[in-house]
Design a binder for this molecule. Structure first.
Ligand SMILES: C[S@@+](CC[C@H](N)C(=O)[O-])C[C@H]1O[C@@H](n2cnc3c(N)ncnc32)[C@H](O)[C@@H]1O
Length: 402
């Protein structure tokens, strides 16, 4: 790893996992689990934190490939290449130009095309568009000075750059997925009424401390099935991408050896037991299709109906038949937050959810809800309450001991 070199102080060499606000611990915990399972000889140092939603590691090719193939709680997996403290465009251009002139890493080759995606750039006074322009010019100009041609291409470029601003620096990176890690490829149906982002669903399961080896997982209002699918995928540490989707790093010659074989689940022996219930028939059918595409339909029992009619004993019977205990388990859910229901019906639904969940004494229940009235209607005191937003909906994660 080179955190800076005498040639250009703007050169850095880091793996950055970018996620939602408040997800640093979860992202680091997941990467640590993956690395421990995948490698005997790789040591993962404690990450540096960048704000509320980014963890940084010294760049190691194997770990980067593992992350872009398997890491479910990050929304971007980046290889940080350059950073500059400059807050004005001209000195930023100079720093980036010097860094690309000093570049020795094998990603830079003649004839490549690239695009630049603006990440979080609100800290930069001149704004995101200018930042993209400066990085573009520095890349093309420095490469040209070295006799290398780089060209911008918006659709399907060879390289996907991301530029983001921290409190102190502008950082230019290669996006190793080349797309949001949410675009896993199993949810193609539009996903029911209000689908949860896949990375957020994985985060909710981590925050709820889902242990697939000992616990049954139940989502009583499953929509397109995201929590159930992510639960099954996390249980087996399955690859993030559903074929034919692949991360862009798979096409980069410098990673070719690491992507020569299709990635496989890291915990294939874990056979999770998951139950997903959904009221709406069309959404329920869509969820079945999503589960099949994700390759986890075998692990998920589904039911179409009102959760209030679901008997806890029926769920316990399924658990017992599959060799799982029923003294503990995990209910997770992303209940409706009010778009389609009258306020009184919604509060009634939250209240009924509280009553239903308490028929599982000894279990835990984790919720992500973008409605501040949930807590009072559900009743009791959460063990954990933490801000967690779904897209632009401000919400909370709650964890209850039942
Ligand atoms: C916010 S959505 C859940 C989205 C889901 N997490 C996903 O990622 O697709 C809430 C779901 O609860 C379902 N629902 C509402 N009332 C229900 C009830 N009484 N029983 C079962 N499902 C219900 C709705 O049809 C909707 O699909």
């Amino acid at each position: 790893m080179t955190d800076s070199t005498p040639n250009s102080p703007a050169l850095v060499d880091r793996l950055a996992l970018i996620g939602g606000a408040g997800t640093n611990k979860v992202m680091a915990g997941e990467l640590s689990r993956l690395v421990k399972r995948a490698f005997d000889a790789v040591r993962l140092p404690e990450p540096k934190k960048e704000g509320q939603g980014a963890v940084l590691y010294p760049f190691q090719r194997e770990v980067a490939a593992l992350a872009v193939n398997h890491h479910r709680t990050s929304s971007r997996v980046l290889w940080d290449l350059y950073e500059s403290p400059a807050r004005r465009l001209e000195p930023l251009y100079d720093d980036l130009l010097a860094a690309v002139l000093a570049e020795t890493r094998p990603w830079l080759r003649d004839g490549l095309t690239f695009s630049i995606h603006p990440g979080a750039t609100h800290e930069f006074p001149a704004g995101g568009r200018q930042l993209v322009g400066v990085l573009k010019n520095a890349l093309i100009d420095a490469a040209a000075q070295r006799g290398i041609q780089l060209r911008v291409k918006v659709d399907d470029p060879d390289l996907h750059f991301v530029v983001r601003c921290t409190e102190t620096h502008t950082v230019a990176s290669l996006d190793l997925a080349g797309q949001s890690m949410n675009l896993r490829g199993y949810r193609t149906d539009g996903g029911g009424a209000a689908p949860l982002r896949e990375t957020l669903a994985a985060t909710v399961l981590f925050l709820s401390r889902y242990d697939a080896r000992t616990e049954v997982l139940v989502d009583p209002m499953a929509g397109s099935g995201t929590l159930a699918i992510e639960g099954a995928c996390l249980a087996q540490a399955r690859p993030v991408w559903v074929p034919p989707r692949v991360p862009v790093a798979a096409h980069m010659p410098m990673f070719a050896d690491l992507f020569s074989k299709a990635p496989t689940p890291l915990f294939e022996d874990t056979r999770p037991v998951i139950f997903a219930n959904e009221l709406d028939q069309r959404t329920h059918s869509g969820s079945r299709a999503n589960m099949a595409r994700a390759g986890v339909a075998n692990f998920i029992e589904t039911n179409c109906g009102d959760f209030r009619q679901l008997s806890p004993d029926a769920i316990r019977r399924i658990a017992t038949a599959r060799g799982y205990g029923t003294e503990s388990g995990l209910i997770v859910c992303n209940p409706p937050y009010g778009e389609r229901l009258a306020p009184s019906a919604l509060l009634g639904l939250y209240r009924d959810l509280g009553i239903w969940c308490r028929r599982f004494p000894g279990w835990r229940a984790g919720f992500i809800v973008a409605n501040p009235e949930f807590e009072v209607a559900f009743g009791g005191l959460p063990r954990i309450k933490k801000p967690l937003s779904n897209a632009n909906l401000r919400g909370y994660f709650y964890l209850y001991d039942l």
